[in-house]
Write a protein that binds this ligand. Structure first.
Ligand code: FVH
Length: 272
């Protein structure tokens, strides 16, 4: 049976707009609210219902999806809807910490609401498409009840009852991404400083990083076993390569700050 549960989306920035769009596209009667009201106009033109206040938005649907800037914004929105939350399911897709997720889950329970926390692993154009996945944590039965609706946004991936688990793994995945992007930007600065165009270098970086991804399961196994070093590419050898990266960067006037940090981590690992 197709799920056509009515849903409210609160927060219509780049991501909230994409979420509401996907829900509308999947036939869910969708109510929208945003602090800056004009951001709702394009969705209303596509068939969404505009709520005049956050309280009206919460009251409009059994499922309320929140996607605002941060935890303080979540609290500000929910505090403006006193009494409206009882009996509803709140799905909070706002980026936050595990502690914030646990505190909001406890607060929602006090209001008589059911709560799922989520971590969106996609950028807005990916929402509703094959590459998007969203991590969820909270009561399994709540997740299973709304899995059909949540699937409209991206692959719905349940990671456990503890409401903090989705944001924990979201933040860990973002850490891996920021490390990669930071390294890539450093690499671009290095080649650009020696007149190699970034667009020429980027395909090489993509091939190299793709090949290195195959090593992630092995690194994780070593991590669990407490044996991070390996004979194929030992850490002391890699620390010397990092010395060269630092020297070459400095020679080109590129700040080697990030590489110094990585070298220090590498040396600590080798010493262990
Ligand atoms: N966009 C992305 O690539 C990432 C992908 C992964 C998930 N993140 C998280 O999604 C949350 C929202 O991100 P966003 O991209 O929609 O962000 P903005 O376009 O900057 O929109 C921010 C919305 O938050 C509203 N807002 C801010 N402060 C308050 C407040 N005190 N009370 C009520 N609403 C507030 C803001 O409203 P307005 O400025 O338009 O009035 C926007 O609707 C975020 O957690 C990402 O980490 C996105």
């Amino acid at each position: 049976m197709t799920d056509r549960t009515a849903v409210t989306v609160i927060g219509l920035g780049a991501m909230g707009t994409a979420l509401a769009d996907a829900l509308l596209g999947n036939g869910h009667p969708t109510t929208v609210w945003n602090r800056t009201a004009a951001k709702a106009d394009p969705l209303v033109a596509k068939g969404a219902t505009r709520a005049d206040t956050a309280a009206d938005a919460v009251a409009a649907s059994p499922v309320v999806v929140l996607c605002v800037l941060d935890d303080a914004s979540v609290r500000a929105v929910l505090a403006a809807a006193p009494g409206a939350l009882a009996g509803r399911t709140v799905v909070n897709l706002t980026n936050g910490t595990p502690q914030q997720a646990r505190a909001t889950a406890a607060w929602a329970a006090d209001q008589g609401a059911r709560y799922l926390d989520g971590g969106i692993m996609a950028v807005p154009p990916m929402i509703g498409g094959p590459g998007a996945f969203i991590l969820y944590s909270g009561p399994r039965e709540v997740f299973e009840e709304h899995q059909g609706l949540l699937a409209a946004l991206g692959a719905a991936t349940y990671v456990g009852e503890d409401p903090g688990l989705a944001s924990l793994q979201d933040l860990a995945l973002l850490s891996a991404m920021y490390g990669m992007f930071g390294g890539f930007e450093h690499a671009l600065s290095m080649v650009a400083a020696q007149q190699v165009p970034a667009v020429e270098f980027a395909p090489l970086a993509a091939s190299w990083l793709e090949a290195m991804l195959a090593g992630l399961p092995g690194i994780a196994e070593g991590f669990d076993a407490g044996t991070a070093d390996n004979d194929e590419s030992n850490l002391a050898m890699q620390a010397v390569a990092l010395d060269n990266i630092i020297d070459a960067s400095a020679d080109s006037g590129v700040d080697p700050e990030l590489m110094r940090l990585l070298r220090a981590r590498m040396l600590r690992g080798a010493a262990r």
